[in-house]
Write a protein that binds this ligand. Structure first.
Ligand SMILES: [Fe+2]
Length: 451
């Protein structure tokens, strides 16, 4: 293929974005370095792996989970498994009937994976969760005994104080936003419509100990683009940007909306309460997808941004925390909704044809402003890292590990790489050698055995 012809291939159809063909099971994996014995559990991450070999957009491939089980200092197994959704049997199946009814069991289930109330949930924001077992075999949908009637976000938050899972669903048809609250034992306690300005894209949200935070931002749904089968969301200069703060047990009338400068946010880092204020840190783009059907992920200027909502005065303050382009932000699971000293993010570089390339991880100390970076290597790239605290460590410290799949484009091999989070200048603590490459994907988690 000539260089000119190669240019026409979108980034997600090239290199390590391409799907893998086999579901592989391998035991007793080779390890370079030494695995910390206390890391006993499952590391699992999502990727988009179109079963037909092709998808219109990176976000539209079928969900495939890649998992590595660690046990007392050894890497017991690797498995990659499709989430068994109706798309695998019929890639052309339609989610929306001719009568406009949405079948929420028809999911790509490709975005994230979380464990709550004893169930591993594979999530995609337009559909119901899919339950998979500890060996990544699909068990079926989770509709909370029929009580779930809306979409379910790929970014629910599990409150480390109460064990509740707080979530939401957004839709292209009314209700455009639904607030969801699940008890620690997996009962859907609340499903309430929240009024927003229209069919806005809402990929993530945030919680604090007492509040849920919704981002009603100007990337909106276009029916015209959807009917063409294109990416149906685009930027709107006419849609006001607002962020809403609602008591976690509140309803639509309790939301306090704050006007903010136009922006789009894929991911929040965290939120917490400080006196009469609620603080939200997020990876903010100054705009996104100005052109309908745009295939890139970029748009505008990406910075780490802080919103401080003064609930007593009804005012909001905005400031840049870090000017670097950083994404896939994570805090320790035990700090979700609570003040966090550290945030972990990926350094966003540019890959071929508008695609992203995540060559390193950045740790930011939000108390001192200091930061530290770890480069995986110019030919090596990652996806989201997960922070795993060390046993007995101060819960607001950086003592622990960062885990992620790292792909070496020279060797075309992937390792599960474990870094010492307290000192990113050190080489990896351990690299688990995987039997096949893991395509660049989305969100992952560490699931310790006791969870
Ligand atoms: Fe996400």
């Amino acid at each position: 293929m000539s260089a000119g012809a190669e240019k026409e291939v979108p980034f997600h159809q090239q290199g390590n974005f391409l799907p893998v063909e086999e579901e592989v099971t391998a035991f007793n994996l080779d390890v370079e370095g030494a695995l910390p014995p206390e890391l006993t559990g499952l590391y699992v991450r999502q990727s988009a792996n179109p079963i037909t070999g092709y998808s219109e957009h990176w976000f539209l491939g079928d969900g495939m989970l890649h998992g590595v089980r660690l046990e007392n200092g050894r890497a017991a197994w690797y498995r990659n498994r499709y989430v068994k959704t109706p798309y695998l049997d019929d890639p052309d199946i339609q989610r929306i009937s001719e009568l406009g009814q949405i079948d929420r069991t028809v999911s790509k289930a490709n975005t994230s994976i979380v464990k709550h109330a004893g169930k591993l949930l594979a999530l995609e924001e337009g559909s119901f969760p899919y339950v998979v077992d500890d060996e990544l075999c699909t068990q079926g949908i989770e509709d909370y005994a029929g009580k779930l009637t809306s979409a379910f976000s790929a970014h629910p938050k599990i409150c480390p104080v109460t064990g509740e899972m707080i979530s939401f669903g957004y839709g292209q048809l009314p209700p455009y936003l639904t607030y969801l609250r699940v008890s620690p034992d997996g009962q859907l306690l609340q499903s309430d419509e929240i009024t927003v300005g229209g069919p806005t894209m809402m990929h993530d949200f945030a919680i604090t100990e007492h509040y849920a935070i919704f981002m009603d931002l100007p990337v909106v749904f276009s029916l015209e683009e959807a009917l063409k089968g294109a990416m149906p969301f685009h930027w709107s200069d006419d849609y006001p940007a607002r962020i809403g703060v609602m008591p976690r047990d509140g309803r639509d009338a309790d939301v306090r909306w704050f006007d903010v400068n136009p922006c789009f946010i894929f991911h929040t880092l965290n939120a917490y309460e400080h006196g009469d204020s609620v603080v939200l840190d997020a990876c903010r783009s100054s705009e996104m997808w100005r052109k309908a059907g745009e295939m890139t992920l970029g748009g505008g200027e990406l910075t780490l941004h802080r919103f401080t909502f003064d609930l007593a005065r009804g005012s909001v303050k905005e400031e840049t925390v870090d000017e670097r382009a950083l994404e896939f932000p994570r805090v320790a699971a035990g700090r979700v909704g609570l003040p966090n000293r550290y945030g972990f993010m990926l350094d966003v570089g540019e890959g071929p044809d508008g695609g992203p390339a995540f060559h390193g991880v950045v740790k930011i100390d939000l108390e001192t402003g200091a930061s530290q970076a770890h480069k995986y290597g110019e030919a090596s790239a990652s996806a989201e890292v997960v922070f795993v605290p060390a046993e007995g460590a101060d819960p607001n410290s950086d003592e622990g590990w960062l885990m992620s799949y790292v792909h070496d484009e020279n060797s075309n091999k992937t390792d599960l790489v474990i870094l010492d989070a307290s000192d990113l200048s050190k080489p990896a603590v351990a690299k688990v050698k995987l039997p096949q490459r893991v395509p660049y994907g989305f969100h992952g988690n560490w699931v310790p055995d006791e969870s």
